[in-house]
Design a protein around this ligand. Structure first.
Ligand SMILES: Cc1cc2nc3c(=O)[nH]c(=O)nc-3n(C[C@H](O)[C@H](O)[C@H](O)COP(=O)(O)OP(=O)(O)OC[C@H]3O[C@@H](n4cnc5c(N)ncnc54)[C@H](O)[C@@H]3O)c2cc1C
Length: 513
C-alpha cells in the first residue's frame, strides 16, 4: 500500500474484525475480503462534494463587486449563517439595502458540503448553557433549535427550495458498553431538564436495530427533532430566494478585513479573492461576519475560530433490498456513539453519505484543499462505515470529499450584535450548524432590526469566547486531544470498559469540553 496511513488500516482492521464477525459472518467475510484485496473501493471516487457535483445546472458564480459601494447592511460570507441573516432581515425590513459578499460562491464552505443533518442539537450542551443562564432558559434554547429544524422545512416549502428535506429523527447507536452507559446518562440528564420522550428517547437494542441494523448494537437514542437535507440544494436555493427578495449577492468577492465601518475587498489575485476585480470598499453602518472556519483569513482574526477538517464519503445509489436489511426507513440521520464524531444519512436517491472527523487540524490554522481529500482519512471512514454496516462493504464509493468547520475557544456557538458599533458575528457551531445557523441568522436579523422576540434573549445571544492560543500550543493541544480520544475509543471497543482517564485528559487539553 503506497499510502502509509492506509497501511495502518490493514493492521487495525485485523484488530476489529473479531468483534464484528460475531454478529454477521457472511457480510463480514465480504468485508474482510475487500479490506485485504486491491483495489481499495475509493480509488475511482470523485473528490468533488457529492451535493455540489450533482447540482443541475452546475454552480455558476454570480459576478463579483468591482467598485466601492454603500449599503445599509453588509454580510460577509454566503453560507447558511450569512444567507439566513439576509433572508430574514429583508423580510423584517424590506427597505434596507442588504448585500452578501462571498469569496467563491454561496454554499462553497461547510454549508454546501456537510452531512445534511439538520439536527436539533447545539455544540454546547443543555447543561453548558444552563450554567451560563438557568435550566429553563437553556431548555428554551434547545427547543428553539428544535423549532429551527421545522422552520427550515417550512421555508423550503414556502420558497419552493427542493432540498430533499425529510424529518425522520436521528438514531445514534451505542456499540460498546461504555457508549451505552453514556447514552443512559444523557437521557437521565435530558429528563432532568424537562425534555420529553417525544423529543429524545432511549431505545433497547432491538428497537434501535429496527431503525439502524448496525453491528454490536447495545442501545440507541432517538432524537425526534431532526431532519436530513441536501445541503447544497438548500444553500443555493436559499441564495436564490434571498436574492429574489431584493438582497444583492456578490460572489467571487473576498473580504481582506473588516474595520472602520467598512469591508475591505481584496484585490484580484490577492489571497481571499480569487477573481475580485480590484481593491475596493463596502461601507455600511452594520457589518455581519459570517465566515466561520475561514475567519482566519480576515486581518487580525486568525486566532478567533479554529478551522477543523471533517471528511465524507458517499456510495453509489443502492438497491431497495439493502435498506430492507439496514433500515433507515424514514431517512433518519444516523451515527454510532464513539467519541470521535461520525454522521450518516440515506440520501433521497438511496446513497449512504457518511462522514467522520479524522486528523483534524493543520499547523497555523491553515486551510489546505489537498487535506480535505486525504485518501488515508477517507479509507479510514470507509472502514468505520463497513464495520458498522457490513451490508455496505461491497458498495461502490462514488465521492469522497471534505471541508472545514469552525470551533471557538469556549466550544460554544453564539450570536452577537453590538448596536453601537454595528458589528455582528454569528457561528462557532463546531459541527452542528445546519439547523443552528437558521436560528442564529434569524436571531441576528431580529437584533439588527431591533425586534424583541423569544429568540433575542436566548442564552447563546451575546456569548463571547477568548482567542485560541498562539502556535505551537494550538497545534499541540488539538492534535494531542484528538489522538487521545481516538485511542480511548479504540481501547473501549477492545475492552468494553470506559476509558475515563484518556478521555478526561483529552477534554482538559481541548479546554474542558
Ligand atoms: C464535512 C462537514 C460535515 C458537516 N456535517 C454537518 C451536519 O451533518 N450537520 C450539521 O449541523 N453541521 C454539519 N457541519 C457543520 C456545518 O456545515 C456548518 O456549521 C455550517 O454550514 C456553517 O455555516 P456558515 O454559513 O456559518 O459557514 P460556511 O458554510 O463555512 O460559510 C462561510 C462562507 O463564507 C465565505 N467566506 C469566508 N471568508 C470570506 C471572506 N474573507 N470574504 C468573503 N467570503 C468569505 C466562505 O467562502 C463560505 O462560503 C459539517 C461541516 C463539514 C465541514
Amino acid at each position: 500500500m503506497a499510502d502509509s496511513s492506509t497501511g495502518e488500516l490493514h493492521a487495525r482492521v485485523g484488530v476489529d474484525d473479531g468483534a464484528a464477525a460475531s454478529w454477521r459472518g457472511s457480510s463480514l467475510r465480504v468485508m474482510a475480503r475487500r479490506v485485504d484485496s486491491e483495489p481499495w473501493p475509493l480509488e475511482t471516487a470523485s473528490t468533488a462534494p457529492l451535493w455540489i457535483d450533482r447540482l443541475d445546472p452546475p454552480v455558476a458564480p454570480r459576478p463579483g463587486l468591482d467598485g466601492d459601494m454603500d449599503v445599509d447592511v453588509a454580510i460577509v460570507g454566503g453560507g447558511f449563517s450569512g444567507l439566513w441573516t439576509a433572508y430574514y432581515l429583508k423580510r423584517l425590513e424590506p427597505a434596507l439595502r442588504v448585500a452578501v459578499l462571498e469569496r467563491h460562491h454561496c454554499g462553497f464552505g461547510a454549508s454546501g458540503r456537510n452531512g445534511g443533518w439538520a439536527v436539533g442539537e447545539l455544540a454546547g450542551s443543555v447543561s453548558d448553557y444552563a450554567r451560563r443562564s438557568s435550566p429553563s432558559e437553556s431548555l428554551a434554547l434547545m427547543r428553539a433549535v428544535f423549532d429551527a429544524v421545522d422552520e427550515i422545512g417550512r421555508v423550503a416549502a414556502a420558497e419552493q427550495i427542493d432540498c430533499d428535506y425529510a424529518k425522520g429523527g436521528t438514531i445514534r447507536v451505542a456499540r460498546t458498553d461504555p457508549q451505552a452507559e453514556r447514552q443512559a446518562a444523557e437521557i437521565a440528564e435530558a429528563r432532568s431538564f424537562g425534555l420529553t420522550e417525544d423529543e429524545i428517547r432511549l431505545l433497547g437494542p432491538d428497537e434501535a436495530r429496527e431503525l439502524l441494523n448496525a453491528t454490536e448494537v447495545r442501545s440507541g437514542i432517538l432524537l425526534g427533532p431532526s431532519a436530513v437535507v441536501d445541503p447544497a440544494k438548500l444553500a443555493l436555493g436559499l441564495a436564490c430566494a434571498t436574492e429574489a427578495s431584493g438582497v444583492e449577492i456578490y460572489e467571487q468577492t473576498g473580504a481582506a478585513g473588516i474595520g472602520g465601518g467598512a469591508v475591505q475587498i481584496a484585490a484580484e489575485g490577492a489571497r481571499g479573492s480569487p477573481a475580485g476585480r480590484g481593491r475596493c470598499e463596502v461601507r455600511a453602518p452594520v457589518i455581519v461576519r459570517a465566515t466561520e472556519a475561514y475567519t482566519r483569513d480576515l486581518r487580525g482574526q486568525r486566532r478567533d475560530i479554529l478551522p477543523v477538517y471533517s471528511r465524507m464519503i458517499a456510495t453509489e445509489p443502492l438497491p431497495d433490498e439493502i435498506f430492507d436489511d439496514i433500515g433507515l426507513v424514514n431517512r433518519p440521520s444516523f451515527a454510532d456513539d464513539r467519541r470521535m464524531v461520525t454522521y450518516g444519512q440515506r440520501t433521497a436517491d438511496n446513497r449512504i453519505a457518511f462522514g467522520a472527523t479524522g486528523v483534524p487540524y493543520s499547523f497555523g490554522s491553515r486551510i489546505v484543499p489537498a487535506a480535505e481529500t486525504h485518501s488515508g482519512m477517507h479509507h479510514r471512514i470507509w472502514r468505520v462505515l463497513a464495520e458498522m454496516l457490513p451490508q455496505l462493504a461491497d458498495a461502490r464509493i462514488t465521492h469522497r470529499w471534505g471541508g472545514v468547520l469552525g470551533i471557538p475557544r469556549n466550544w460554544l456557538p453564539g450570536v452577537r450584535f453590538d448596536p453601537h458599533t454595528g458589528e455582528g458575528v454569528l457561528g462557532g457551531y463546531v459541527g452542528e450548524g445546519v439547523a443552528a445557523s437558521n436560528l442564529a441568522g434569524r436571531t441576528m436579523a431580529e437584533l439588527i432590526a431591533e425586534r424583541d422576540t423569544e429568540r433575542t434573549s436566548l442564552p447563546w445571544v451575546g456569548v463571547t469566547s477568548r482567542r485560541w492560543e498562539p502556535e505551537p500550543l494550538r497545534w499541540l493541544g488539538v492534535r494531542a486531544s484528538r489522538a487521545l480520544l481516538g485511542v480511548a475509543d479504540h481501547r473501549e471497543q477492545r475492552s468494553d470498559r470506559p476509558d475515563r482517564l484518556l478521555s478526561g485528559i483529552a477534554r482538559l487539553l481541548r479546554g474542558g469540553h
